[in-house]
Ligand binder design. Structure first.
Ligand code: SF4
Ligand code: NI
Ligand code: NI
Length: 711
């Protein structure tokens, strides 16, 4: 059979299966029964993107099947055949949605099935920073499980996000591959149709970040081809259905690399039979470049291990976590004062004889990272210090929580047995500081203190005074006190017209970029995503209008956005790219706003979930009344100051409320004299329906009720 015949055979088979499944489901549940995926604002996302049609009930499906069939022309033409591949995708999306009618079909499966919107949004930042350099989709059953596992681990060490479909899931698990979202290896499911859940991720990226209008299929295909760095590896013999799924992938711009002979289409469908070459070959095919930092330690160090948790039963050693003291400090030094790559452990190592037979090794720990460089500035100390958290977490077998002198580190037995020691934390910090901050760090020296006396003395004499100085500087940093704001355009790789304006009192909406971060980024990468805005006189300081800001945003968004206010949610609010930590929306009857964070999956008092609220904005578009922002912005005196400020907040999820309580109370008191403002803010443990929320606000005498009408 020719390639096109194979694709059509697969597509026609899937079309038949889809039609059958739809008819059966309608017969069983009736046309008015709802159908859809959990925790998404985009219905059946592929159909929605391709046609603009919002599938809500089973009765909507036959028309979609009609469209699917019209995509299969059976003409001997590769372009047509690729469209038939898209038909297979539509069919798989329908079949999988029908599987969800009886509850989560993946509840007892190694696979996770549908990927919810908030997870996709959380991937935005690591994808734009290149922390996740690409997306690998692996499919099938390997004739050589060991080679398969080596490939998955290689992708993992390179930081890629790997999705797996088919029996390769068990094969990789048996070979010891660590799996789950926390490890960036995501098993989707065993049925070939479950591959649709990764296609759905790519398509929703275009909806969420790209802001592409549903119905414009060609624009979606351009977006996935140009901006979603995915590719497919198939393992084992290919049947017609897999070939037609592959055709769908190719239509999206994702090259397919098989390990068996296939009719090759250069750049799109290729064979690489040698598993030792699969990774390199695939990365080249998709033009994914990997930045490697060689680090001389006995375990893997990769961003993919960032989310790993170390539990009690697998733990070998522990520092901090209320059991012992643990602090970390990055300190600027003179070039002449320190010796590059000098790593010292002052005090016992974790393999010290005194720990023989101990259940867990517990030690106090002080991590001192001294850096020197011509371009180093005092302000960058805290920026670099915050990276200790990430760099330590990258270690396969290490967990890092907290910061400063409430840091908490755990190491696994597995890492210890591989030879990992405390000094290796020094090696990792050294290597990453040099690699990631090469423009400002010319020399780096790491000292790890484990004697109680040193740890306590240095904390009092050196560490705490430095923290205190920094806090003083941070508290004095206001939008008024600086001459320069910064742009951040990192997210333009996904949201082409989006620009964040980062000020001392307003961090980037992803929560990951503060004004100090931007300042350091400008120094590290002078032509990069953070560019200074010399702000000059404000046109309106209350609403946050600056001529210079408007000009810069207009230029950085290629004219898409001409006016932005920094402190208003109603008048020219900042655009959103899609990866915001929180979304804020108006609750008119309460004369205030609700804020929902990405982690909260229930419904909010405005009748929408985070995902639904989030879908109201994004893609670099201005949407008055909705604003994406970082968690930290909630305690800022500039939060919505144009509309009366942060006492407009009437509802937040409990977890978020607790997280921001201290700063929010302090700012609210300083601004308005209201004490314990957070106690007046409602949350889901008190009420989520509008009337009950209002009752609560009235009972508490919430200040928003007495403010000018919000709209
Ligand atoms: Fe994206 Fe804004 Fe964060 Fe930069 S600051 S990474 S543009 S969300
Ligand atoms: Ni880790
Ligand atoms: Ni973003």
């Amino acid at each position: 059979m020719s390639l096109t015949d194979l694709i059509y055979a697969g597509s026609n088979a899937v079309a038949g299966l889809t039609e059958g499944a739809v008819n059966d489901a309608i017969e069983k549940y009736g046309e008015s029964h709802t159908v859809g995926y959990p925790d998404t604002a985009y219905f059946l996302p592929i159909i929605y993107a391709a046609t603009g049609v919002k599938i809500k009930t089973l009765g909507d499906l036959p028309a979609a099947v009609g469209i699917l069939k019209s995509l299969i022309t059976n003409k001997e033409d590769l372009g047509d055949a690729l469209n038939a591949g898209l038909a297979t995708a539509v069919g798989a999306e329908i079949i999988e949605a029908i599987r969800y009618l009886d509850g989560d079909p993946y509840a007892n499966d190694a696979g996770i099935g549908f990927v919810a919107d908030p997870i996709i949004r959380s991937l935005g930042v690591p994808l734009v920073t290149g922390d996740i350099p690409g997306i690998a989709v692996l499919l099938g059953e390997s004739a050589d499980p060991a080679a398969l596992a080596a490939i998955v681990k290689d992708y993992q060490e390179k930081g890629l996000l790997t999705f797996m479909v088919g029996n390769i899931i068990e094969q990789a698990l048996e070979a010891g591959v660590k799996m789950g979202l926390d490890y960036r290896v995501i098993p989707l499911g065993h049925e070939v149709t479950s591959v649709i859940h990764v296609v759905s991720v790519a398509i929703r990226a275009a909806l969420i970040f790209g802001g592409i209008e549903p119905g414009k299929l060609p624009e979606f295909l351009t977006y996935t081809k140009e901006r979603v760095p995915a590719f497919v590896n198939t393992f084992g013999e290919l049947n017609e259905v897999i070939v037609s799924v592959g055709a769908g992938a190719i239509a999206l711009g994702f090259p397919v690399i098989a390990d068996v002979p296939v009719p090759e289409v250069p750049g799109a469908l290729m064979t690489q039979a040698d598993h030792a070459k699969t990774v390199e070959f695939s990365l080249e095919a998709r033009e994914i470049k990997i930045k490697v930092t060689k680090i001389d330690v006995p375990v893997s160090v990769a961003s993919a291990f960032e989310g790993e948790r170390v539990r009690k039963d697998t733990m070998f050693a522990e520092f901090g976590g209320n059991k012992t003291k643990c602090w970390e400090l990055v300190k600027e030094a003179d070039l002449s004062e320190i010796e590059d790559h000098k790593i010292t452990v002052v005090g016992p190592e974790i393999d010290d004889a005194q720990f023989d037979g101990a259940d867990v090794v517990r030690l106090p720990l002080g991590i001192l990272v001294e850096v020197a460089g011509k371009n180093m500035q005092k302000d960058f100390e805290s920026v670099l210090e915050r990276r200790i958290h990430y760099f330590t977490n990258y270690i396969d077998g290490a967990m890092h929580v907290g910061q400063r002198n409430i840091a908490w580190i755990r190491l696994t037995k597995e890492a210890y047995e591989k030879g990992f020691r405390l000094k290796h934390i020094g090696e990792v910090l050294y290597a990453k500081m040099r690699a990631d901050f090469d423009n400002v760090v010319d020399k780096c020296q790491v000292t790890l203190y484990t004697n109680l006396e040193d740890v306590e003395r240095l904390e009092e004499e050196m560490v705490k005074p430095i923290y205190a100085k920094r806090d003083e500087r941070l508290n004095a940093l206001t939008d008024e006190s600086v001459d320069t704001f910064y742009t951040c355009t990192l997210c333009q790789s996904f949201a082409p017209s989006h620009v964040c304006v980062v000020t001392p009192e307003r961090l980037g909406l992803c929560g990951a970029v503060s004004w100090l971060d931007s300042k350091a980024t400008k120094e590290l990468d002078p032509a990069g995503p953070s560019q200074p805005i010399e702000k000059g006189e404000a046109v309106d300081a209350k609403i946050g209008i600056w001529e210079a800001v408007n000009k810069t945003v207009a230029a950085a968004s290629q004219g898409a956005v001409e006016r932005v206010t920094l402190y208003s949610i109603l008048e020219d609010p900042m655009t959103s790219c899609g990866c915001f930590e929180c979304i804020c929306g108006i609750m008119p009857e309460a004369n205030g706003v609700v804020i929902v964070n990405r982690e909260f999956s229930e419904i909010s008092p405005v009748g929408m979930t985070f995902g639904e609220l989030a879908s109201m904005t994004g893609g670099g578009v201005q949407t008055p009344g909705f604003m994406g922002h970082g968690r930290h912005f909630i305690g800022s005196k500039k939060f919505m100051s144009a509309e009366g400020g942060l006492t407009r907040i009437v509802w937040m999820p409990k977890e978020l409320k607790d997280d921001v309580a201290e700063r929010l109370n302090k700012a609210a008191f300083e601004l308005t004299g209201v004490e314990n403002f957070v106690d007046m803010v409602c949350d889901e443990t008190i009420a989520t329906d509008s009337e009950a929320v209002l009752e609560f606000l009235e009972a508490k005498g919430h200040p928003a009720l007495a403010m000018d009408p919000i709209m």
